[in-house]
Design a protein around this ligand. Sequence first.
Ligand SMILES: [Zn+2]
Ligand SMILES: [Zn+2]
Length: 337
Amino acid sequence: MRIPKPESWVEVRPEGLYVRPGRFHVDPTRPVPKAVITHGHADHARAGHKAVLATPGTLAIMAARYGVEEGQARQALSYGEPVNIGEVELRLHPAGHVLGSAQVSLTYRGSRIVVSGDYKRRRDPTCPPFEPVPCDVFVTEATFALPVFRHPPDSEEIGKLLHSLALFPERAHVVGVYALGKAQRVIRLLREAGYDAPIFIHGALQGLCALYEAQGVALGPLLPALAREKEEFRGRLVLAPPSAIADRWSRRLPEPVTAVASGWMRVRQRAKQRGVELPLVISDHADWDELCQTLADVGAPEIWVTHGREEALVHHARAQGIRARALALVGFEEEGQ
Ligand SMILES: [Zn+2]
Ligand SMILES: [Zn+2]
């Protein structure tokens, strides 16, 4: 049997990537009959699909976000476990992005395509590490695909935050974090650095923090930041979605030092524009070095780039003798925006 060309069985449709011989989509941006979901971020995991297949962690996150959708068929698949859908064999592998995040490995008549969703390569105490899977086509994101994006070690960034806390014991420190993934990772990193005091969390983070705890990620003492005296926040850490930092919500805090934990904090201009005093470069996406390393580790002769800054990565891949094409999928957002 002749091995089919990758683009003959996985195609780009307006609603997203479609796997023809399995009749399902991966991370579709509109409701479809059957969706395989890489992870729980809202731009990848949307509501309204008739059937959903994902890891147990991602299904739990979707249920927390959207409720259990009426009439929806839900199939949980653990990492590494094979399942056949039509003529396609599908497996999920850790992506190291957030709890439950998975790459989707698809094999059809001897041709294998791996859709990595969002991923990073550095250690994350809240989820298992990215696993390189050999394949014919590696489908990759490109959120931080410019050589200027090099994320420093997490411990350095957490160290900056703890140093500032020690320096300004009379001020509150408010850290802008994306509610899914970043919040819990920053908390875990703080705990690993020896910070064991209670951490105040904005109401928008509570549900997902509780979900992580229920999935076995211990976060230590957390307190709701609701209905408290201003004085209680002095010398304390408060975590909130980035949007809450600029608005009235943060006015309840005494002389707050504003921090934001995001890969975008590498761009000074952005931090400045948003009035961030203490930018923390902590990203759940691969930086330039991690992206290049991943292409080398996976060793695929061809890559497809889904969203982000495609050109630099396509150029880099071609220079390595890798065929590369930009899919320019729409509907995916920048991290934490
Ligand atoms: Zn994501
Ligand atoms: Zn994404």
